[in-house]
Design a protein around this ligand. Structure first.
Ligand code: SME
Length: 172
């Protein structure tokens, strides 16, 4: 549905504005968490250059459990506070790791991963999961990527009815 294209590193903000618009269109009118996570993973993996993994972990009975993703098979369960994903849940904040080898407790699902960005999904009743992006390049993600993916997370939460925001305009 969407064609990958190169990203102009000087204009990530524009790239993420376009990506946000594509995601809003893709999720409009659909509230199913699994369907929306699956399509969001596919869009991110298709459109963002230099990724080897893009997907979701969802909170299930107090721990993170693997959700829809694109990339190699990954570890299934991650405790809160463990790894980059568990750290994002514990901190209730995004975690940007320029060098995964320098992050204490990093969980290596794919040995190709060198940098990582994890954004928590904070719903009505707290953290309900995370979006996790891995890259084979060191320092692939910066503050502009973090802001862009935090916007992607907000769109996903709104589509799934997990925020107080009104439903997406295009959903009506
Ligand atoms: N590296 C993550 C584990 C998940 S994989 O990257 C898909 C972490 O340390 O939490």
């Amino acid at each position: 549905m969407f064609e990958a294209r190169g990203i102009d590193s000087t204009d990530k903000a524009e790239f993420y504005r376009e990506l946000a618009g594509q995601l809003e269109a893709l999720l409009a009118g659909e509230r199913d968490v699994i369907a929306n996570a699956a399509n969001t993973s596919a869009l991110l993996f298709q459109m963002m250059p230099d990724l080897n993994w893009a997907g979701f972990y969802m909170m299930r009975e107090g721990e993170l459990v693997l959700g829809p993703f694109q990339g190699k098979p990954a570890c299934v369960r991650i405790a809160v506070g463990k790894g980059v994903c568990g750290a994002a849940v514990a901190r209730r904040a995004s975690v940007l790791v320029e060098d995964v080898h320098a992050f204490p407790g990093h969980i290596a699902c794919d040995s190709a991963s060198r940098s990582e960005l994890v954004v928590p999904l904070i719903g009505r009743d707290g953290v309900i999961g995370v979006i996790d992006l891995d890259s084979p390049s060191p320092a692939r993600f910066d503050a502009a990527d973090q802001a862009g993916i935090e916007r992607i997370a907000a769109i996903w939460l709104a589509a799934c009815g997990e925020t107080a925001e009104p439903a997406l305009a295009r959903a009506s």
